[in-house]
Design a protein around this ligand. Sequence first.
Ligand code: GLA
Length: 400
Amino acid sequence: MTPASGAQAWIPNRLKAALVALALMAILPLGNAIAQESKLAATPPMGWSAWYGFGCNVTEADVKKSVDTMVSNGMKAAGYEYVNLDDCWQGTRDSEGLIHSNNRFPDMKALGDYIHSRGFKFGIYSSPGPRTCGGFTGSYGYEKQDAGTYASWGVDFLKYDWCSAADVYKPDQIEAAYEKMHEAILATGHPIVYSLCEYGVDAPWIWGPKVGANLWRTTGDVSNLVGFQEFQRMMFVGFSQDGLQSYAGPGHWNDPDFLQIGVRGLDLDAERTQMSLWSLLAAPLISSTDLTRLTQAQLAILTNREVIAVDQDPMSIQGRRISQIGPVQVWVKKLSRGRIAVGFINSGESPLPASVNFRKIGYPHPVKVRDLWEKKDLGIFNGSYSTTIPKHGVVLIEIH
Ligand code: GLA
């Protein structure tokens, strides 16, 4: 081979390599985004949302204060990670179509930086419709632009709430409407946990993963009081998760809505019941209250590491109901290292007895029992375990 022919052969090869590199550079962001997307929400997301504590009056100062409180009250150390704005942060679009926050949120990028600087992740809220449920500007027709804006603010989590989308999409377009924002998020190359909120009307657990959802609301609002007393409404939402077990797993979770601890109207037993049931369900643990007003007892509920460990267990199995006698239900959740959590729940109006037969849940031999609220080993039990549950209360044990 002459030097000339060698050079001729070399130039096309270099050109080829350059072309391949260019092609790779073009597709890598998308490839990266897809790879990162598959790692999101490996366990049920934990965090705080502004909704029930502040509603539409929420301000930047409220959010920053909540961030600081989560650091000082131990919630951050217990695993609460996302700081999520809900509805009502939006202002108007400018002549280019870019969404701006309203005057209660003067600088979203700076707020995101603040949240990140304290070690949290930043969540935001919008709707596939033209208006959010609170009547603020939605993302309809601006999905790409909004996803780009969120990425530029450093957003890590998006709750996408159906609301007025019902006015512009037909019922059979719901999946496509959610896919539109999914594609827009992917195109940013910035990983964003995608939280669907269409109240479980169109069985999102079936198609949610296809449109990139990491969690999806399975019911209406946990605190919608129409026709229900507060506690009974919450139990109705929690109990209705039975049957959805097979749809939960790493990266995709059934979401029965926010934790109500400290919100209103519930006593400590009822609050322990929600924390237990949501953990047995491997549900997202998103507190939604004014954290500065939590009592020590409520904080102890939100930060009970042993109960949180049930929720976050790496086996990622959503628990199921194994019995129901009147107002008493028994739920179990398989855990790693051969353990199982058992929750006895009493939604009745007076204390009631309950028991579990170990053989029936796969433990034919004597087992060790630990009470996760008392944080106490109860000893070795043979055959069964019996207890008394307070009104609206729970007994949560782990056996192995
Ligand atoms: C809907 C959602 C709630 C909350 C409000 C905000 O009702 O289900 O969780 O986001 O909208 O307007």
